[in-house]
Design a protein around this ligand. Sequence first.
Ligand code: PFF
Length: 467
Amino acid sequence: MAESRESLHGEWSGRWAFILAATGSAVGLGNVWKFPYITGENGGGAFVLVYLLCIAIIGIPIMMAEVMLGRRGRRSPINTMRHLAAEEGRSPAWQLMGWGGLLAGTFILSFYSVIAGWAVAYFFRTAAGTFDGLTADGVGSIFTGLIGDPERLLAWHTLFMVMTTIVVARGVRSGLEKAVRFLMPALFVLLLVMVGYAMNAEYAGGLGQARGDSPFMAGLNFLFVADFGKISGNGVLVALGHAFFTLSLGMGAIMVYGSYLPKNVSIARTSITIAVMDTLVALLAGMAIFPIVFANGLEPGSGPGLIFNTLPIAFGRMPGGVFFGSLFFLLLTFAAWTSAISLIEPIVAWLVENRGHSRTYAATLSGGVVWLLGVGSVFSFNIWSGEEYQLFGKTFFDILDYLTANIMLPLGGLLIALFAGWRLRRATCVEELAMGAAPAFNLWYFVIRYISPVAVVLIFLKAIGVL
Ligand code: PFF
């Protein structure tokens, strides 16, 4: 009976434990590192608007579906999909969604850990006062120096993977709940401090003379005034992909966390809470970063180095910058850590269930594979950055990033929506979601059957130029 099914790996202690863990998974480099730089690359306001729409009409309903499937199946994503398909009399091929998720998780974590390594390196840099009084050029050359050095990048990547493997080996519950409870609010407050700094930022040199606004207003304009001439079909796909990436959807991370969710918790309320918190963090990061970009005449579309080229300028000038700066990168490291754990958990849970390995062995094995793949991303920024190592103008890192966020996750999400909306009995959804009010359930059911899948397909078609 579904009602008495229990997860082999234990349960969260309650609603808040799950919210904290899932928020820990959602809030990470995606919000603070990736969101600002892809917003910069895709022209600002219109991109942000499309992204927010994708969160609301695709992300939240699919998050509810993914949590629901996890809690119903109570197993790692592959086994959950296999069991639910059998239970509902559907094709065993649905478990392929779980396999795709395992692959996506491996790919994402391999480069995620490299970028997290930059955050760790910047913690030590800011703590040592390296950025004190530096100009934008000085800050930029420190970043170029770091990513140009494969040995240093490899060392930080290795450290981060070891940290991740250790926590996963011990089990997701111990420690994680406590860490997220204090560190996430702290990161939030620190972002508010940075936005406060950005409000008062002034144009460097003669930059502001021709303009009537402040850098803060320029930043807000860039983020929130939509100019649809600036977004391409591919830009819309990037916005969709990022909605999945930032909410940790489409690969089984939220499904596996859902499989540890106690029965009586409301999936709808919880999913909305997580999505709202995640979105707020991203918007705050944007509001902290773009004013600094404009104040210093930097390029919004300069790519993955954006936060590392902007925030340190502010830390180098503000009172208490060494303290705030090092605390910021420390918290960013923690945020990345809690996301990394969720990226590898579906693999570890599967190895424990199907291969009978201990958690320690399973975590070490999968951590090792991910580490090795990450070496390719380390080299993408230095010895493999040349054109002879690129495919379609993309480095190894670019390819993994594009393939996972813009193709694998939306595809995984599409399959989740189709399975929940068309292959699960309606009664199963009603029972598992237990939303009480019929109109609310009907709205979700309509969106997951028609709106979310159609929107994903339309965006795919637009990006490849069919529409
Ligand atoms: N949501 C995380 C972030 O925004 O940094 C990244 C991530 C975690 C993506 C887990 C996918 C995932 F399954």
